[in-house]
Ligand binder design. Structure first.
Ligand SMILES: O=C(O)CCC(=O)C(=O)O
Length: 249
């Protein structure tokens, strides 16, 4: 049962940090799994062009989309009720459907920033129920480039983004420093609406920042455009899909 005050905070502010959703030992095991998966992948660096400008020098980001296809540990976390019950309560639905997942590792001393943006610019949907959950597998203080949010910005609806450099908001109007840092500890999970303006700074600390991002939606909420496909999209994480599309041929 999710505390109604948490839901009220999310509705007002567009984000919610759930402390200790995973235990520290669980987070530590997932941290090792993330680094092991990335070690097996020949990954490309997904740093946005605009992030390079923001950082003022060379930075690095390591990532893996659809991590549940590479390690069962990530399939388990997707249907973990400690996570899905919160996602359902925040959306106000019984049913939670997967959009996509990604591991992000911001390497020590040079982990790439993200300019402020709404995820809605990358994956627009008709009903705006889409949300993200960022699982923290190690501590993420401000110097590690923790996620920063603009509280209440989700109430503005979809905002125009600049395509060049990675679909972000104009930095002159939306400087990263204007967003509130949401410092987190290993095991904490940050939930936010895909309309909430967010980004993150450079990791200047001596340790990597390791996170797993799950983007979810109400199954009744459909994409506006066919712009963001992923292998696992449509998997039910909680409840049922009331729409029941035709079986795949
Ligand atoms: O993990 C971060 O620092 C931010 C990630 C983010 O903003 C995104 O994937 O949209």
């Amino acid at each position: 049962m999710v505390d109604p005050a948490m839901v009220a905070f999310y509705r007002d502010n567009g984000y919610l940090l759930v402390k200790g959703l995973l235990s520290r030992p669980e987070a530590q095991a997932y941290r090792e799994e993330c680094h092991a998966v990335l070690g097996r992948l020949r990954a490309t660096d997904p740093t946005w062009g605009s992030a390079r400008e923001l950082a003022g020098g060379a930075t690095e980001l390591r990532h893996c989309h659809d991590a549940q296809f590479y390690s069962a540990a990530f399939a388990r976390i997707l249907v973990e009720p400690r996570f899905t019950d919160v996602a359902a309560a925040l959306m106000g639905t019984e049913n939670v459907q997967l959009h996509h997942t990604k591991i992000f590792v911001k390497p020590a001393e040079k982990g790439s920033p993200f300019p402020l943006h709404q995820d809605a610019a990358h994956l627009p949907h008709t009903r705006h129920t889409v949300g993200a959950a960022i699982f923290h597998f190690d501590d993420a203080p401000e110097e590690k480039g923790c996620v920063r949010v603009v509280p209440g910005s989700h109430k503005q609806g979809p905002l125009p983004h600049i395509e060049e450099g990675g679909w972000h908001l104009p930095p002159s109007e939306w400087p990263l420093r204007a967003a509130v840092p949401v410092e987190a500890e290993a095991g904490d999970v940050l939930f936010f609406s895909y309309l909430t303006v967010h980004g993150s700074g450079v990791n200047t600390a001596a340790e990597a920042r390791t996170t797993f991002l799950v983007q979810f939606r109400d199954p009744l909420d459909q994409p506006v455009d066919d712009v963001h496909r992923s292998r696992g999209q449509g998997m039910m994480l909680r409840g049922v899909d009331p729409v029941m599309p035709s079986p795949a041929a």
